[in-house]
Design a protein around this ligand. Structure first.
Ligand code: SAM
Length: 208
């Protein structure tokens, strides 16, 4: 199954599935690393059913949620409504439907390992940040659990942190730091091919 079709299919169950894969501690780490402040505007890229967006709303931020799955955006609209602090945009991480220098923070949780070109997506995320704005990507460290590719349509088998740091620097971001979230992503194979436990990193960069 192709990735877009996979996420359209699992959208109604995503929030429950997500609870089995990783916990709220992941978004808490992302918010701590970014130093989020209420009243600011954030973009949530590959927003899914709104895991990161929900946390940002609780902290008093406004959110532009971007996803390429119409079904995921429909889930978010059901959860958060259409007249509040969330704006929904269908779009691709590698060509974001946002203007240059338009948001204070960009978050992308578990999206990077699904995009075709991670460096191109990071360049786009950096483009939409205001000067002084911060990008935080939380994603998987390099792993060798092939069933995440075949069963969950992952495009990349995680990342080497030095590559991520280089892509941040090439996108013009400064003060790049990559830290452990201290949480794992856990998944069991449907075909009984084993279970994956993969560590999660949080990468931070600031637009000068
Ligand atoms: C693993 S889910 C994570 C969802 C959410 N961030 C969370 O933490 O629960 C990945 C999401 O990224 C979206 N996605 C994958 N590739 C994308 C792309 N190239 N552009 C935009 N969204 C994408 C999928 O539709 C899906 O909703």
């Amino acid at each position: 199954m192709e990735s877009r079709q996979y996420f359209d299919t699992v959208a109604p169950q995503w929030d429950n599935l997500r609870k089995g894969f990783f916990s709220e501690a992941v978004r808490e780490k992302a918010f701590a690393v970014a130093g989020v402040e209420p009243g600011r505007l954030a973009a949530d890229i590959g927003a899914g059913a709104g895991f990161v967006t929900e946390g940002l709303l609780k902290r008093g931020l406004r959110v532009v949620a971007v996803d390429r799955s119409e079904a995921m955006l429909a889930e978010m609209k059901n959860r958060f409504g259409e007249d509040g602090a969330v704006e929904y945009r269908m779009g691709e991480a590698e060509s974001l439907p946002l203007e240059d220098s338009s948001v204070d923070y960009v978050f992308a949780n578990m999206c990077l390992h699904h995009v075709d070109s991670p460096p191109a997506a990071i360049l786009e995320m950096a483009r939409i940040l205001k000067p002084g704005g911060r990008l935080v990507i939380t994603d998987l460290d390099r792993h060798d659990f092939d069933f995440l590719r075949t069963e969950h349509c992952d495009r990349w088998m995680g990342f080497d942190r030095p590559d991520v740091a280089r892509w941040f620097a090439e996108a013009g971001l400064a003060d790049v730091e990559i830290d452990c979230v201290g949480e794992n992503c856990c998944a069991a194979s449907q075909c009984g091919c084993g279970a994956a436990t993969v560590s999660i990193f949080a990468a931070l960069g600031t637009r000068p």
